[in-house]
Design a binder for this molecule. Structure first.
Ligand code: PLP
Length: 442
């Protein structure tokens, strides 16, 4: 069958055509069933075809699919904002709905800029992020991102008011004999030095994924890291922006991953688990300080997209979030996350080609390496993770590959992010098929 779609991969075997899906299973046009073990990249938090979400979308489509956000708000947008920030932990006060993660990050960058303008700090135009990070593919979000491969082709087009410090990577980034406290102190000192290099009153925000997703593979910072960098930001009058596009909305076992870090961000972005893939939606959530600065200042957001606050997308996300709460699915994320880690450790513990197994909740990565635990990464040209993805698809398993990215230190990995509805037999089947794929590739 000829395809006129500009697919991500334009050579090699044709990409299968998904025709239907239910729960964890996606069926293609040849009738082949594939277990969706990663929800693309951690998107499908409720699995596929959830009847309460489908019903909510149909009802909303019949009532109101779209009304431009500069003329109208809508019931689902208002109810979703109430749910996300009305009773939330921390000091969240306002929500802005966009069409996905990159739009959310672009919006967050502009919101931070506007906050500083409204509060009389127009020179704060510099953003600091980390080298092992991904914040989106639009040019502003890509400039913020440290993902070398995704930046490479566009480097000459990226704005220059962005810089990067070391990742908080306790697996590959520890100095000899360094414990968590010493590592955190070193990283905080490096950030402090970067603030000083950029200059007083120039940094707008420090931005980081609370748990690094696809770039490093489910990598959490050492204990105390976020509290330490929060103190550095506060000392320099910069905002803390946390990117929870992948790790947020319950994926790590709490609604926000930062709840496990004893900090609250000034601005936060979420996306994938917000709408669970039922509609394209992302959100910027901001604290009272930011919301009030704008309300008391110019009184309007200096930014907009046509599909902001899309009623149908908000209705889908509202239904997804209600199902998660009503069915107490975060309890299941905790239980199935622990089971997944145990089952992976049983299957791959001491495996000559597995360097590390890590994660939080149902965001888990298996890192590959030549000499087993703690081992040397495979050469990038070997494309080990891509080959595992391809073999796993043949075996009826969809899992998300990640190439080793930082200075050749961290290796390729495979990301697993099953839906929050996953059960023990799903976990067993996922690990069994992944084991077969890893064994046959490397
Ligand atoms: N931020 C993080 C942490 C992500 O993982 C992603 C996507 O993978 C993005 C931002 C960009 O989101 P989107 O692809 O929806 O634009």
């Amino acid at each position: 069958m000829t395809s006129h779609v500009l697919h991500r991969r334009l050579s090699g075997p044709p990409i299968p055509r998904a025709v239907s899906a239910s729960g964890l299973i996606i069926t293609d046009s040849d009738g082949r069933e594939v277990i969706d073990a990663s929800g693309g990249a951690a998107v499908s938090c409720l699995g596929h075809g959830h009847p309460r979400v489908v019903d909510a979308i149909c009802r909303q489509a019949g009532k109101l699919a779209y009304a431009h956000n500069s003329f109208f708000t809508s019931e689902p947008a208002e109810e979703l904002a109430d749910l996300l920030v009305g009773h939330a932990p921390g000091n969240l006060a306002t929500a802005c709905f966009v069409a996905g993660g990159s739009e959310a990050m672009e919006t967050a960058l502009k919101l931070v800029r506007q906050y500083h303008l409204e509060t009389g700090q127009p020179d704060r135009v510099h953003f600091i992020a980390r080298r092992q990070s991904y914040h989106g593919n639009s040019l502003g979000a890509l400039a913020l991102s440290g993902n070398v491969a995704r930046r490479a082709a566009y480097a000459p087009m990226l704005p220059r008011n962005f810089s990067h410090v070391s990742p908080a990577d306790p697996v590959h980034g520890r100095l000899a004999g360094e414990d968590d406290a010493a590592m955190v102190a070193r990283l905080a000192a490096e950030l402090e030095a970067e603030f000083e290099r950029v200059g007083p009153g120039r940094v707008a925000a420090f931005c980081a994924e609370t748990v690094v997703g696809a770039t490093a593979g489910a990598l959490a910072a050492p204990a105390g890291y976020f509290a330490a960098i929060r103190r550095v930001c506060d000392r320099h009058g910069a905002l803390l922006v946390l990117d929870e596009v992948m790790c947020g909305m319950g994926r790590t076992g709490t609604t926000h991953a930062w709840e496990q870090e004893a900090v609250t961000p000034d601005v936060q972005i979420v996306a994938k688990g917000l709408g669970g893939g039922y509609q394209p939606i992302g959100a910027v959530l901001a604290g009272a300080r930011v919301a009030q600065a704008i309300a008391n200042g110019s009184g309007s957001l200096m930014h907009g997209f046509t599909y902001m606050g899309h009623p149908l997308a908000c209705a889908a996300a509202l239904a997804v979030q209600r199902v998660i709460a009503e069915d107490r699915l975060l309890d299941n994320v905790g239980a199935m996350g622990s089971l997944l880690m145990r089952t992976l450790s049983d299957r791959f513990g001491g495996h000559p080609r597995v360097a590390d197994i890590r994660g939080r909740g149902l965001l888990v990565a298996v890192e590959l390496g030549i000499d087993g635990p703690g081992g040397v990464p495979f050469a990038p040209a070997a494309k080990v993770a891509d080959r595992i993805k391809a073999r796993a698809m043949e075996l009826g398993l969809a899992c998300y590959p990640g190439a080793g990215t930082i200075d050749g230190v961290n290796g390729d990995h495979v990301l697993l992010a099953p839906p929050y509805i996953a059960q023990a037999d799903d976990i067993a089947r996922i690990v069994e098929r992944l084991g077969e794929a890893v064994d046959s590739v490397c």
